[in-house]
Design a protein around this ligand. Sequence first.
Ligand code: MRU
Length: 377
Amino acid sequence: MKVEGKQFQTIWLNNSYDETIIIDQRQLPFQLKTSRLKAIEDAFYAIKNMAVRGAPLIGVTAAYGLYLGILNSKKPDFDTHLIEMADYLKSARPTAVNLAFAVDRVVNKCSGLTQKEATGFALNEANKLKDEEEQSCNLIGDFGVQLIEDIYAKKKEPVNILTHCNAGWLACIDWGTATAPIYKAHQKGIPVHVWVDETRPRNQGARLTAYELGQEGVPHTVIADNTGGHLMQHGKVDIVIVGSDRTTIKGDVANKIGTYLKALAAHDNNIPFYVALPSSSIDWEIEDGLVEIEIEKRDAKEVSHIEGWDGKEIISVRLIPEKSNAINYGFDVTPARLVTGLITEKGICQACKEGILGLFPEKKAYPASSKGGKFKK
Ligand code: MRU
């Protein structure tokens, strides 16, 4: 998508294939800065510290990170080192399943090879994954735009879409997941307006979604996270589209904290609530999202403080009394019963096992619930 009229993707390789370049999302929307990942540790910290974030982009960054690790590997027992590097990358953030998915794909291509042989295979697989993620988002856009078109055909007025967090192109490679149908609608001339949840504590909505929609010229309004229910009660939301960090085979959706509350409000107001996701965000091994998905807990400082631009630089200021405790859950789980449908690269389906397997029949043999109850509190 575009930044200042110029076409961008979120991640790319340098000309000599020994560095991965990313947009440092911690600087947005105030400054557009890139940074160079030269080693596996750089990729690990870019993911952990959220210079890159969003499930598909986390996965692709990890794939390139593993490639860099393989390229620079000097350890004698390469197969053991490969697994160590994979485990290290997977530990960067726990919730988005794309991380393990991407790392495992590279490992599967490289195990049993020499370091030299594996380097080419890893690069190839990371490039392939990146292309697939871009293509999935493109297709999600093509399927999802039909929902927006249908609303417009009935309403004949701008379609109001509410979204949470940033499931935009910045969270992916291009297009985004939740935003792909919006961008496609905008490009087709369908009038749309997006309610952007600010998404405390890190404000990915206010900082990133608003930024990218603005760069593409899509009309939008940033709202405080608590506003959506009120807007829905007053007929100002036609459809909710959010992304996903992990979706179970039964259709439970882990997404940025606060998504569940929007789903409840949408349900109460009969507003369609769709989740847009590539199949790389489906965890084929689990069914019950509430029990089986590990929810990331991040630094409480993201809650107790807030970041902003003082005209020269990004500063952080305290919001809460010095002695008050704060806690920071990164994600929540929206049960499948609150999800109207899943928009995937293979089409739109109901949020249930039959619906998902109808689109992905090749996954039927997968053993669901092998991790049963692992993260139960
Ligand atoms: O913590 P983040 O910023 O990595 O969270 C990811 C998100 O932005 C989402 O929850 C998003 O909706 C799904 S990723 C396309």
